[in-house]
Design a protein around this ligand. Structure first.
Ligand SMILES: [Zn+2]
Length: 492
């Protein structure tokens, strides 16, 4: 959001002045700061306390040594995206799981940063963000523009899938991995043709063209694994509906998958590589070990989401409404995908999305948010185990981040109070209990999101820092993900 002139501008500037004047008190009150003690210490070293709302001048990226990059070129790249998962979404699950932060191994990864997510023409202004409670509620990206930024390193307009602002296709990481002879895949807990997975595979001017996107993913892409939801025959509870709803995949593409005739030439040998269709939970589980088909299209027997959209009290505590047992977990899908992809001696690229985190956050369903973040985090833990057992941190780069925050999630008592903006911490209520949290929006926000990386090249992200946020610390931009990996996979 740019500050407009006139009355609105005065209000924002007034808040900035207020925020600077009360900078110390503000910083002290916001218990949101607790998790960034180290960052705070650094911040206090770097800035006089009264300018807590002011960020550092834009950092100039360090020179990148391409020989060094080649040495650190990752064989495997695994990107996790919690759709809509802001700092407090991660924290909510930490409190649920451990009653404290940090909780998960990924939170101890060597590269721990924040990341900006705005679409083309936007910005994140760290000077203003913590001086007005509502600042982040304007200028948010959608998942399409964010996926394009992360997959291709190009900012685009909201709804744009793998295209630049003029609608031209832009090379994505999955396509680059294919050029390098790697296996590739996308995995999600929402329809496979939804914006985030689509943005890593194909190119389309409008994210809502689901059936065309699905057809392109199935027939035109060289991906080896596609897993997600969007089944045309099942409802939200995993029951056959008796009718077909070809919303996320068209009838022809579905028939091709069922008949075993779908799928083009994925490995450029002139022979079509047909998809092996996997649907039942048992089939997904079987893929976790042993020999696997070359290309796997896995669609869970459920409509929009694995679990988030199931019936029952959506405001109940986590897992109080029994989970649908006939669909795999995201963790089971993740392990299955890895076992298919890791047979390529050249390595692989995969994007794994906790897609329904966003759906729970849009609806402000706290219990279901925990369920979705929990499955997402278990998927990350499974990948960390996979790296430790089947690979190593010298050849596999793992990134965990989000495409944007959804719901403006805070702890209780937050808001634009008479004395200024207040962001209180979530309240931990013990392991296995829902933390106390407060939603302020049903939409996406322009908040910074977390970024964790470990493996070859992870430290290079520290060379792409765009600014310093007084609460979240140094932040990169979502375009840096693709641009750093393109650099690591340097073309000669
Ligand atoms: Zn959303």
């Amino acid at each position: 959001m740019r500050i407009r002139s006139g009355i609105f501008g005065s209000i924002v500037l007034g808040l900035v002045a207020l925020c600077i004047a009360f900078g110390v008190g503000f910083a002290g009150r916001g218990t949101i700061l607790k998790d960034s003690k180290d960052k705070d210490k650094e911040g206090l070293k770097q800035f006089p306390q009264e300018v807590v709302c002011r960020d550092k001048p834009k950092h100039t990226p360090n020179d990148v040594d391409h020989k060094d990059n080649l040495k650190h070129s990752p064989k495997n790249v695994i990107i996790f995206i919690a759709d809509g998962g802001g700092f407090n979404h991660f924290r909510a699950d930490d409190y649920y799981e451990c009653n404290q932060i940090p909780c998960r191994p990924c939170e101890r990864f060597p590269a721990r940063l924040a990341m900006s997510t705005y679409p083309v023409g936007g910005e994140y202004n760290a000077k203003v963000a913590w001086c007005s409670f509502d600042y982040v509620e304007n200028g948010a990206t959608d998942s399409a523009a964010a996926a394009t930024a992360m997959a291709a390193g190009v900012k685009t307009y909201n709804a744009g899938i793998g295209v630049d602002v003029n609608g031209n296709p832009v090379l994505n990481l999955l396509e680059r991995a294919e050029q390098l002879g790697k296996a590739t895949g996308v995995v999600t807990s929402v329809p496979f043709s939804h914006a985030t997975p689509a943005g890593f595979v194909i190119h389309n001017g409008d994210r809502n063209n689901y059936t065309q996107i699905a057809a392109d993913m199935i027939e035109e892409s060289a991906a080896d694994v596609i897993m997600g939801c969007g089944h045309p025959l099942y409802n939200a509870d995993g029951k056959l509906t008796g009718t077909s709803h070809y919303n996320y995949i068209g009838a022809a593409a579905w028939a091709g998958l069922v008949n075993g005739t779908a799928g083009g030439d994925a490995d450029a040998d002139g022979i079509p590589d047909h998809w092996t269709l996997v649907q039942t939970r048992a089939e997904f589980q079987t893929l976790a070990a042993g020999l696997t088909p070359k290309r796997v299209f896995g669609i869970a027997q459920v409509y929009k989401t694995l679990q988030e959209d199931r019936s029952g009290d959506a405001l109940a505590a986590p897992y109080q409404v029994p989970l649908t047992q006939t669909v795999p977990t995201l963790e089971e899908m993740t392990v299955a995908a890895l076992n298919v992809l890791d047979e390529d001696p050249n390595g692989f690229f995969v994007m794994i999305e906790g897609g329904a985190v966003d759906w729970a956050a849009h609806a402000n369903y706290s219990g279901r948010l925990i369920e979705e973040m929990n499955d997402f985090n278990r998927s990350i833990d499974a990948v960390i185990n996979w790296v430790n057992q089947n690979s190593d941190w010298g050849e596999t780069l793992v990134i965990i981040t989000a495409d944007h925050e959804t719901g403006h999630l805070t702890g209780p008592g937050s808001g634009q109070l008479p004395e200024g903006p207040v962001w209180n911490d979530l309240v931990a209520n013990g392991p296995g209990n829902l933390p106390t949290m407060e939603w302020h929006s049903g939409s996406h926000t322009n908040s910074l999101v977390p970024f964790f990386a470990k493996g070859p090249g992870a430290q290079l992200f520290k060379n792409t820092i765009d600014g310093y946020d007084s609460v979240r610390g140094p932040y990169i931009d979502n375009t840096d993900i693709a641009n750093v990996i393109f650099t690591l996979w340097h073309s000669h």
